[in-house]
Design a protein around this ligand. Structure first.
Ligand SMILES: Nc1ncnc2c1ncn2[C@@H]1O[C@H](COP(=O)(O)OP(=O)(O)O)[C@@H](O)[C@H]1O
Ligand SMILES: [Mg+2]
Length: 406
């Protein structure tokens, strides 16, 4: 399995005991190292990390059992299998060897073919263990991603439902506002007409002027216009939020085309330059990017959200680094900042719609959720790395061609 030779460390204070064994193992293509006592064995293990240790029990200084215990205390050496070489095979001694962390023992005088068989067994076991834990890590990561994807899918459904429900009332309130404006304007006109018609009859005109003043008609006329403007503005904001929720939840039917992402990044940087200029220096480390099949305007929106967030995270003055590169059939775009960073609880929630840690008026909590939706629909993903007080990196991974998506 491994192309390089495997290393075995033999620890024994009597060289005569092991000469034959060393020759034999070297003949079998092992790399063999020798240590004379426990201290030396520990030092060599730290340095070389052998694949297996053959350990004499009775040695001057720290004995084999203690040596083994210490090996098992360090994370770097805990996984190295230890086979004891011992002359004492009564039950107590054997149990002590296993308790110290040994995986096996061979009896002295050593029978080299038996040693070889046991070495093979334990190296194979160790390799299996290594593969298992690697697969376990992969599984764990896949599981985490799945959980996150499921959470986002259910939030997406919720968002789509809310957007749909809000759309309808917004529609008729907007329509009614238009009618109201027409009606009220007509009424103001009628008041003016009345006043003109009454000009000839003095007492009526005076009475009308009185009534108008008492009802503050001039003020109402003036205030009405700004109330209308404000309401329209409010409605527009609600519409924008609903649109963002829809963007998060739904596929857009805009067409994909091959695009140069560096151009997209540069033009987006231009748009947000006023937000960034006094906050951060921008460092570009662009790699080689092929054209990517995408909806460029949507990806620009993602870049914009990431860049604005990076600027927001920087309190006084910092650096925003934009790096890009290609990995096989994928490209990646990383936007990093030297800002405040995030704690684990925040990282867990940043892609949820309306999750924000910013004051009202500054944060809507929609930027990253919309970005998540866009990147997902492109068949990609956003990875986040962040350290409190140091900064954050957001990495967008995208397939170059849509069929390469997972
Ligand atoms: N670069 C960053 N550094 C630190 N925190 C960030 C960064 N980007 C996003 N966040 C966190 O994620 C939250 C959600 O971001 P986002 O969805 O863009 O909404 P908003 O920016 O409106 O708060 C932010 O409020 C902030 O807490
Ligand atoms: Mg934002």
């Amino acid at each position: 399995m491994k192309p390089e030779r495997q290393t075995i460390l033999i620890v024994d204070d009597v060289p005569a005991n092991i000469g034959v064994l060393v020759d034999f193992l070297e003949e079998k293509q092992f790399r063999v190292l020798v240590a004379r006592d426990g201290e030396e064995a520990l030092a060599r293990c730290q340095l070389v990390k052998p694949d297996l240790v053959l350990l004499d029990v009775m040695m001057p200084g720290i004995d084999g059992l203690e040596t083994c215990r210490r090996l098992k205390q360090h994370s770097e050496t805990v996984h190295i299998p230890v086979i004891f070489m011992t002359a004492m095979t009564d039950s107590d001694n054997v149990v002590a060897a296993f308790e110290a962390g040994g995986v096996d023992y061979v009896t002295k005088p050593i029978r080299i073919t038996e040693v070889l068989a046991r070495i093979h067994t334990h190296l194979a076991l160790r390799e299996m263990h290594r593969q298992l834990s690697a697969q376990n890590t992969l599984l764990q990561e896949a599981n985490d991603r799945l959980l996150q994807a499921e959470k986002m899918a259910s939030i997406g459904q919720l968002a789509a439902g809310v957007a749909h429900e809000i759309n309808n009332p917004i529609g008729f309130v907007n329509c009614n506002l238009g009618n109201l404006q027409t009606y009220v304007t007509t009424l103001f006109g009628v008041i003016d007409d009345f006043q003109q018609a009454a000009a000839a009859a003095r007492p009526v005109a005076a009475r009308m002027a009185e009534l108008k003043e008492a009802a503050e008609v001039d003020f109402i006329r003036h205030d009405f216009a700004s109330l209308m403007d404000e309401s329209r503005d409010g409605l527009q904001r609600v519409k924008d939020i609903v649109q963002a929720l829809k963007d998060f939840a739904h596929a857009d039917n805009a067409n994909t085309a091959s695009a140069d992402l560096h151009r997209g990044l540069d033009s987006t940087l231009n748009i947000v330059s006023s937000e960034i200029r006094n906050k951060a220096d921008v460092v570009k480390e662009y790699g080689d990017l092929p054209p990517v099949e995408c909806i460029a305007s949507q990806l620009n929106q993602v870049f914009m959200n990431l860049l604005v967030n990076a600027a927001h995270a920087i309190a006084v003055k910092g650096v925003i680094t934009i790096r890009t590169g290609r990995a096989g059939q994928w490209v990646w775009i990383e936007i990093g900042d030297t800002g405040a960073g995030m704690n684990a609880d925040t990282i867990q929630r940043i892609f949820e719609p309306f999750f924000t840690t910013k004051p009202i008026g500054i944060g809507t909590g929609l930027g990253l959720s919309v970005s998540y939706g866009i990147v997902k629909r492109h068949g990609g993903r956003i990875d986040v790395h962040s350290e409190l007080g140091t900064g954050s990196q957001f990495t967008v991974h995208l397939p170059i061609h849509r069929e390469a998506s997972p």
